[in-house]
Design a protein around this ligand. Structure first.
Ligand code: SF4
Ligand code: SF4
Length: 482
């Protein structure tokens, strides 16, 4: 961590970064610095290694536009790369839907199928994205239904967020990434019967239906291990860095793959492993940062109807304008959580109720924004006074099917709805952006590595999707979202 730039606005992460430095433990920020300079062609998505006649790349500054060996243009490379990411994200969502017990019908699975050998023109890539977006929206709704079957109807409730939610006096089991709700439920039940104090906490997404506390988000996922208080790490199928597993193993923290915990006996063994680890660290000091906030989570299309009604009434007499979904993963290229918190602040000050989830949601929750007390200001008073925050937290990033339903409710009341996906990291979020666009929600993304996309010529007939692509630009243009 040679550079001076502030790594995070989260005080718990910064506290543990100092511990990492003192113990000579490399974490994501060290690796990111060691990886500099990163390839500029890759960052702009203007390189390709789909076949053995490459790898190819084009010079974006060339006076005469360059072509790849097979004749791809810059737009061809960018649109193909984006289609790959969107498709891969939809496949990832379909995998979660299946893990969660949903029946992903073959039509949906077929729509997200893609091969690198399909060498489409840019316009065809965009057309394919529209199809994938429709399929991704269906998958998100399947995930929503599958989770409701396990957890039942979710009611809003408060949980702890940030590293202070770890407990020195309990066996801490950290569920990282996307863990199937059946496994979460089985863990909860087995832990309650174990006779040992247990603390189940999530990293990345919140399991709103299960009421787990949330420790942190993607980029700081190694940090909980530096406290010395994690007794068992359960890793889900996505969004867990290899370095996190390696760090746990180096520190003798047991790691289990959630999909392998598919019987009561295996869950019982996992509880046993965590109990023994907890007993071994009894009397030893742990370094749990004190930072902890309250996160009101579990908002759904059903239980937020009264919020939309209040918002609609308020819009007639104040500056309140509409609803914006704000999501994303974060990136070590920026100070952690800073931009997402800034965008949420700006949205609130411009009169938008914010709906959030996943790692962006964890960032806003750590900053204390997912509490009713946070945005007690003109326009949102009639919402916050009934105990509802002006930043509605709906759960993990795979729970955004709930936002699609909220958007539908808002549309029926003529409430403007937008979405912003900022600092997109994983492909699921690209797929989510396209799914929103396919459902007619004007969606803004922080273009990041897709930096050359605004130059693309897009077919006018693909309205929602082409609007989305046309607006691929920095999210600072959100002020125009009216
Ligand atoms: S641009 Fe064409 S020739 Fe080059 S690696 Fe990709 S598919 Fe192969
Ligand atoms: S927000 Fe991004 S990093 Fe976080 S869990 Fe979702 S896909 Fe993974």
């Amino acid at each position: 961590m040679k550079e001076i730039r502030k790594k995070s606005i989260d005080e718990a992460t910064n506290e543990l970064l100092i511990r990492a430095y003192k113990t000579k433990t490399d974490v994501i920020w060290d690796r990111a610095e060691a990886a500099q300079p990163q390839c500029g062609f890759g960052r702009l998505s203007i390189c390709c290694s789909d076949c053995s006649e490459g790898p190819c790349r084009v010079n974006p500054f060339a006076v005469v536009p360059q072509l790849t060996v097979c004749g791809r243009t810059q737009e061809g490379l960018v649109s193909h790369r984006l289609l790959k990411r969107v498709t891969d994200g939809a496949v990832a969502l379909a995998g979660l839907a299946r893990d969660f017990g949903a029946d992903v019908e073959s039509g949906v699975a077929q729509a997200v199928y893609m091969t690198d050998d399909g060498m489409l023109a840019p316009a065809d890539n965009v057309a394919r994205m529209a199809e994938v977006g429709e399929a991704a929206a269906k998958i998100l709704l399947l995930i929503r239904a599958a989770k409701e079957r396990v957890y039942g109807k979710t009611e809003p409730g408060a949980v702890a967020v940030n590293m202070g939610a770890l407990r020195a006096d309990a066996a801490n089991v950290v569920l990282m990434g996307h863990v199937a709700p059946q496994i979460v439920e089985a863990f909860r039940k087995a832990a309650a019967k174990s006779g040992v104090p247990f603390n189940l906490a999530a990293v990345c997404g919140a399991e709103a239906g299960a009421g787990l506390s949330v420790l942190t988000n993607y980029d700081s996922q190694e940090m909980p291990l530096l406290t010395g208080a994690v007794d068992l790490l359960v890793v889900g199928s996505q969004c867990v860095m290899p370095a996190t597993v390696a760090l746990a193993k180096a520190g003798n923290t047991a790691v289990m793959v959630s999909a392998s915990l598919d019987t009561d006996r295996k869950i019982g063994e996992a509880i046993q492993v965590a109990t023994q680890a907890f007993e071994r660290r009894s009397g030893k000091s742990v370094q749990i940062p004190s930072a902890v906030e309250r996160l009101h989570t579990g908002y759904t299309a059903e239980n937020s109807k009264q919020v939309l009604k209040a918002l609609k009434e308020e819009s007639a007499r104040s500056f309140v304008k509409g609803v914006v979904y704000l999501g994303g993963c974060g990136t070590v290229a920026n100070t952690q959580d800073a931009q997402i918190v800034q965008t949420a602040e700006r949205l609130l000050s411009e009169g938008y109720l914010v709906v959030t989830a996943g790692c962006a949601g964890a960032a806003l929750a750590k900053a204390g924004m997912c509490r009713p007390e946070y945005a007690v200001r003109e326009g949102f008073k009639n919402i916050t006074e009934i105990g509802v925050p002006a930043v509605l937290h709906i759960g993990s990033c795979h729970d955004v099917g709930e936002f699609l339903a909220i958007a539908q409710n808002a549309k029926e009341q003529s409430i403007p709805v937008f979405a912003i996906l900022q600092e997109i990291g994983r492909n699921k979020i690209w797929s989510t952006a396209i799914a929103f666009a396919a459902k007619g929600i004007r969606t803004y993304v922080d273009a990041g590595e897709m930096g050359s996309l605004p130059e693309m010529k897009l077919p006018g007939e693909l309205l929602p999707l082409s609007e989305f692509l046309k607006f691929i630009t920095k999210s600072t243009e959100v002020a125009t979202a009216r």
